[in-house]
Write a protein that binds this ligand. Structure first.
Ligand code: EPU
Length: 292
């Protein structure tokens, strides 16, 4: 295949996706690329476009479920060092899309910069966090984002300023093919206070979510004014199981995959939960995770 021949240093064929995801499930990606520079990424994007290959960007793999059949087309991961730098300048923090959100949070806190500490414990990369406006009760990543650099489907680079971006509950207007980097405008604060605040939030999160299990965080978005976890719990679905996929008994909006589980079992469990919640409570749940 010409794509693999011309980009042989960075493209792999039939790359297993399970090790790249928190669910650790699913089949291989037809092509998997880890470009080493923005130029290489742009060339790859243009080439995939010419060959009409679908492209998907993989962040930290913590909010996706890959089908057992695998992913057709090209999966790109910005794991090369050039895409994961973090730099602090006054009260601004600049981070590459491939940087771990957790590293950006800890760097900011260490520098005495407040805002992102409420995101403690959220897995994934800066790119993934921005795309889905990751957050929780304490706030979301969008509210601190003052600019972003993106690459379009034609391989061109654009900069988005605060006024060009819209962030809402688990969604953002940054829908170009690639998010390359972002800048966060934070607030000066006392580092030791910040550390305390972050630790408290971390303890609360660990107590209420099954973080050490194979899962992908919350499966469903919260319906307006309600908690999906509470609804699933009240419907008596904690512990409900399809094969190796089980509704967590710690937090009902998490599905835990046991050894030997298949993606199809997680998908069947998701459908079962949706149907039960719709029948019993008249609420249509919508998945928060992406299904590839
Ligand atoms: N609850 C239950 N049973 C459960 C789970 C929750 O009764 O099994 C109750 C809790 O006791 C609480 C209420 O439901 O009264 C809300 O629960 P929680 O505070 O855990 O928040 P959530 O709405 O379920 C949201 C985000 C989480 C985020 C937390 C904390 C969504 C879908 N979920 O959960 O985000 O960590 O707030 O900020 O928005 C994620 O998106 O992947 C995620 C984990």
């Amino acid at each position: 295949m010409p794509l693999q021949r011309d980009f042989k240093d960075i493209v792999r064929l039939a790359e297993p996706m399970a090790p790249h995801t928190w669910f650790a499930l699913g089949g291989p990606a037809e092509f998997f690329a880890t470009p080493r520079s923005v130029e290489e990424l742009s060339a790859l994007v243009k080439r995939a476009r010419d060959e009409e290959l679908p492209i998907r960007l993989l962040g930290g793999g913590s909010n996706i479920l890959v089908n057992d059949q695998g992913v057709p087309g090209l999966v790109v991961q910005l794991s090369a060092p050039i895409f994961s730098g973090i730099a602090v300048d006054g009260s601004r923090v600049k981070a590459g899309a491939g940087a771990k959100l957790g590293h950006v949070v800890s760097t900011s806190v260490r520098e005495g910069l407040a805002g992102l500490e409420t995101l403690v414990g959220i897995p994934g990369t800066v790119g993934g966090a921005l795309r889905g406006n990751a957050g929780g009760r304490g706030g979301d990543v969008g509210q601190w984002t003052c600019s972003a650099t993106v690459m379009t489907r034609t391989g061109d680079i654009m900069r988005r300023e605060r006024q060009d971006m819209v962030f809402a509950y688990r969604t953002s207007s940054l829908d170009e093919l690639v998010i390359l980097e972002a800048q966060f405008q934070l607030e000066q604060d006392d580092p030791s206070e910040l550390v305390k605040r972050m630790q408290k939030l971390w303890i609360l999160k660990k107590a209420s979510q099954p973080l050490s299990h194979q899962s992908a965080g919350c499966i469903f978005k919260n319906p307006r004014g309600m908690s999906a976890g509470m609804l699933i719990d009240q419907a008596g679905l904690k512990g409900a199981r399809v094969g190796g996929a089980e509704v967590s008994d710690r937090h009902a909006n998490f599905i835990v995959a046991h050894p030997g589980a298949k993606s199809s079992e997680v998908l069947t469990l998701i459908e079962m939960i949706k149907q039960k919640i719709s029948e019993r409570l008249g609420v249509e749940l919508e998945t928060e995770i992406e299904i590839w």
